[in-house]
Design a protein around this ligand. Sequence first.
Ligand code: IVH
Length: 678
Amino acid sequence: MKPEVQQRVMQLREQLQKASYAYYVLDNPVMEDAVYDQLYRELQDFETAYPELITPDSPTQRVGEKPATQFHSVRHHIPLYSLENAFNVEELQIWDSRWQRLVATPDASYVCELKIDGNAIALTYERGILVRGATRGDGITGEDITQNIKTIRSIPLRLDLPESLAKLADVERVEVRGEAFLPLDTFEKINAQRQKAGETLFANPRNAAAGTLRQLDSRVVAKRQLDFFAYTLHIPGMDDTSIADTQWEALQLLQSLGFRVNPNKRLCTSLGEVAAYYTDWDTERLNLPYMTDGVVVKLNSLKLQEKLGFTQKFPRWAVALKYTPEEAPTLVEKIIVNVGRTGALTPLAEMRPVQLAGTTVSRATLHNGDRIAQLDIRVGDTVIVRKAGEIIPEVLRVLPELRPEGTEPFIMPTHCPVCGQPVVKEKDEAVSRCVNISCPAILKGSIEHWVSRDALDIRGIGEKLVHQLVDRGLVSSVADLYELTTERLCELERMGQKSAEKIVMAIAQSKTQPWSRVLYGLGIRHVGAVTAQTITDKFTSVEQLANTSPAKIEAIYGIGAEIADSICQWFRISANQTLITRLQSLGLQLVNTEVVTTTTNQIFTGKTFVITGTLPTLKRDEAKAMIQQAGGKVTDSISKKTDYLVVGAEAGSKLVKATALGIKQLSEAELLELLATS
Ligand code: IVH
């Protein structure tokens, strides 16, 4: 073999290792994928020709050729301890005073790290080369899963030893510990594939990671894309000449050796700062692409760690400060049935309050009657509830072993619990519905939807007010909102003059909301905010939409038959036609003004307006809408590009600036006149 070959092989390995590190650890690729593949193949070819050149740290050795038949037990060089748990700041303080009693250290600092919800892994490097990767097992012995560990791209096969750390190359053994985990998106993909294949689903990313690590075929593991965060470094026999004095330095060292270290760590100098880190991450962690179940607090000084040592099970110098779990058992006290704006009957469990993901939960959705029957949820049952992120809590399953005697299966009502009319359940639907169009529950729901943020966005009208308005007979359609007066509102409970005025104003302002929001606000089944936007882009007025056929609606890209039919059915109902006529005469936007502006040349096309001061009769939003309807643009500040300043009473700096720039000024009367002549 020529010496050039040997040299080339070494160079290739180094290049590939660097590229892989940049890609998987730094998230900052330095090489195109195609280039990487080509170099990789070149190395592979050399290794096939000269098998004696293969080394265990070669990038080609990440995925094994043959599946293993079983894993071997291995004894850990140093036991893997687990951590004592604390569930709140008080318990953290107890931990703190306990260790302080042993070695009082008033100026101690703490390293806070995220507690990654994965699987602890012990890595052994001999003279800088990865020789073993093992699961935690019982902490004393684990399983040798080296071949699988090698597929994790963020685990270096060889330590990256800069000049300053060269001495580590001579160190017999270096132990690195950390957490192997599956990112959430990969977890979801795996479960989706398993569902398709009819296989049982993994309950959570930790189980999925554990299952993956114990796969006998490392080619399967490689496809699963596990990741790894390193958090401890042990260099036996180097205690005296220690190259790190603190955990904080050890983390930095791990990073320079080529490991991925979780960036969300914090060095704290008081327990108060530790508590702040814990609260900060309680919400922030929901935005991370992997699961965490708490934070790990470690004393920073390694000397102090050594002095404190371990109890039977745990290190005294660290504690896991856990977040309240997202799943918990509780008792179903009552099952109630809610009627929504579509008339759908939704059963809800009222439960003994339980702490879930940081909030107290006492209600959970049971979705529909079919699901209750399927899970056989009964009053008196102990159930598992889950709350994940923003999602409404739901009942996952029943613990049948804990069911008391004498419970009865729950039966969905055959009549609407609000108006008493019989409910309808379509053959292929799981949901039962109240179809009485004057059912107060449906009316309340549709008004709440009309005023909601993505619809007409009327601030100041909440659930309680809607209930009062409907119950007192003040509102029996969304159009009635526009005829409410301050006097009328003032008659309601806890309603002052000021709030009433604000509400009337907010209602009037909603008349300027675009046609797409009005369509969404109507609450037609299957028409969400995005669908409404798509439809109003094509059907630029209510007339066009009301007089079209399902086929023409369905012709829009992204709109299916279900939506198209639902819209056409809605417009066929005479009560709905009356509503549209009323909304039209009340001045709501049932035409796409933006499109009109661009297609026809209007009086204010291309002109920019600024409005300042209080106008005598028009509200600012009304004036704005009128200008926009005539093709003009309204901005907030004066610049050289401003064409007109509309001036009202008590105008301030904008008027001064406009005068200085010589911008044309209009009174409300002049504006109205221009509009009238257009
Ligand atoms: S340190 C002796 N740091 O939590 C101290 N553990 O409940 C050993 N874990 O078995 C652990 N993130 O699997 C440490 N930043 C972190 C961690 C972490 C997750 C896991 C680890 C351990 C378990 C203890």
